[in-house]
Design a protein around this ligand. Sequence first.
Ligand code: HEM
Length: 152
Amino acid sequence: MNHALGIALFLHLLSVAVWVGGMVFALFCLRPALEDLSPQLRLPLWEAVHKRFFNWIGVAVIVILLTGGYMLMVFGGAGAPWQLNAMAALGSIMMLLFGHIIFVAFPAIRRAVQAQRWPDGARAVVTVRRLVMFNLVLGVLTIGIAVSGRGF
Ligand code: HEM
């Protein structure tokens, strides 16, 4: 493997770890820990944590796209093994869902917190949770397909 490919794969996997690991943390560690708090405490905290988390994922998504696109080109683009094209397709769906979260669902939470409309905020949080859960399933599937391309 040449240097550029090695660096691209390293950054690709690092970003995947941040994204997928972050979703596991948010869903299975942060969410249950916040569950017993009142909406007045929980929603502003949720918003503050996710604002930072989404910035990290935003960077990870850009790195995954650039490094994945570069590696896919090197491996033959559309003529690359189907697993790589499946990864690109699933990765693109994950990115569209992430876009929907940050441009539609998250602003709804922010507006609800600012206006102190707690029931609206709680509903919007459930929407984001479902989308993140779906993205986590897609992420795990994508990792499985990516690794199966090695053909051991
Ligand atoms: C636009 C999206 C993406 C493109 C174009 C892309 C493309 C690629 C390419 C070309 C490789 C190198 C494969 C090899 O070394 O044989 C790779 C590796 C990998 N990618 Fe992606 N990828 C994308 C998104 C994702 C996402 C969203 C995930 C997981 C959530 C992911 C997980 C992996 C893993 C685990 C590997 C290592 C596979 C291995 O070396 O066995 N990729 N990706």
